[in-house]
Design a protein around this ligand. Structure first.
Ligand SMILES: C[S@@+](CC[C@H](N)C(=O)[O-])C[C@H]1O[C@@H](n2cnc3c(N)ncnc32)[C@H](O)[C@@H]1O
Length: 303
């Protein structure tokens, strides 16, 4: 998995492909244990409670990738369940379909249907009969208009939404050093970049989603769901995950602010060495948002 390395004398240009590792199968597999540890279990329990007696549950996982959210959430919801796995990447979809648990916690069947395509083309009518729209590590790749459209579609269809692991831009290094904040600010600016005329929400995504749903009358619950990377946290592969995450984080910061390249190789080397020695902990902020349909508007007038 570790196919890239920083040059010792300067910044390695092979690392400067910002965002490229975000959705590869290897990267998604490497981050899955940290994601599982970070997800807010109380929000999942509240989701299960709020979905009530509706059966089967129909869950649409938007931007499902290789199916990490389904593997975590399906056993926490009552069955039977029907998952609609939606992504624009056919290879990831096949992995998600193959990896979905066959049964819910109560032993009832969990089935999957795949939907290949761009989720921003989602027709609100497609949500008819959906119990829950779910997403994980997706919203920061969307624009404010796309999140608004999603909130419109979910609230119009009266379905709940569980939108997990949206980055907040808060990154804590322990121990800290002055360059952390400099690279962090450049990374956040990169996350908010405009791509093909689309201004991405990046670290504003979780708050934007909460606002978009609340504005449409949904009842929202927001929880912090940070990655905690370091010895004893997030499974045995935390050092490899920390290294890969650092490489992508620094590469994106340099793409945004090229003058940082002069510091990048040394900074990366210091941080990776400290991590490998078990002397670095990193807390990467995320938000989980649950949005539940609000009370139905009163029918007819009383005046
Ligand atoms: C960071 S990955 C997260 C994958 C998965 N949800 C997880 O938590 O492991 C983002 C996923 O969203 C998908 N995606 C991003 N924008 C999309 C769009 N507009 N339409 C469909 N899929 C999209 C990508 O293909 C990728 O699988």
């Amino acid at each position: 998995m570790r196919s890239r390395s920083a040059g010792s004398t300067g910044w390695d240009a092979r690392l400067s492909t910002p965002g490229s590792p975000v959705c590869t199968p290897d990267w998604l597999a490497l981050r899955e244990p940290a994601d599982a540890a970070a997800r807010d279990t109380e929000l999942a329990a509240l989701t299960a409670e709020e979905l009530g007696d509706e059966r089967p549950l129909v869950i649409r996982d938007l931007g499902c990738g290789s199916g990490s959210l389904g593997r975590w959430l399906a056993p926490r919801l009552p069955g039977p369940q029907r998952w609609v796995l939606h992504d624009r990447d056919a290879e990831l979809l096949a992995r998600a379909e193959a990896g979905l648990p066959a049964t819910a916690a109560d032993g009832t069947p969990v089935t999957a249907l795949i939907e290949h395509g761009d989720l921003t083309d989602l027709d609100p009518a497609q949500l008819a009969g959906t119990s829950l729209v779910a997403a994980s590590a997706l919203l920061d790749l969307l624009t404010a208009e796309e999140v608004d459209a999603l909130a419109d579609a979910c609230t119009a269809a009266g379905c709940a939404a569980l939108l997990t692991l949206s980055v907040t831009g808060s990154v804590g290094f322990f121990p800290a050093e002055p360059l952390d904040a400099v690279f962090g600010a450049a990374f956040d600016a990169h996350q908010r970049r405009t791509v093909d005329g689309r201004r991405l929400l990046g670290p504003d995504a979780g708050a934007a989603a909460e606002h978009a749903f609340a504005k449409r009358g949904a009842v929202t619950e927001v929880r912090s769901s940070p990655w905690r990377l370091g010895p004893g946290w997030a499974g045995r592969e935390w050092a490899e995950l920390t290294e890969e995450w650092l490489r992508g984080w620094i590469a994106a910061a340099c793409a945004q602010q090229p003058d940082l390249e002069a510091f990048a190789a040394d900074y990366l080397h210091r941080r990776i060495s400290a991590s490998a020695a078990g002397e670095l902990r990193v807390v990467v902020g995320h938000l989980d948002v649950l949005a539940l349909p609000g009370p139905l508007p009163l029918q007819g007038g009383t005046t």
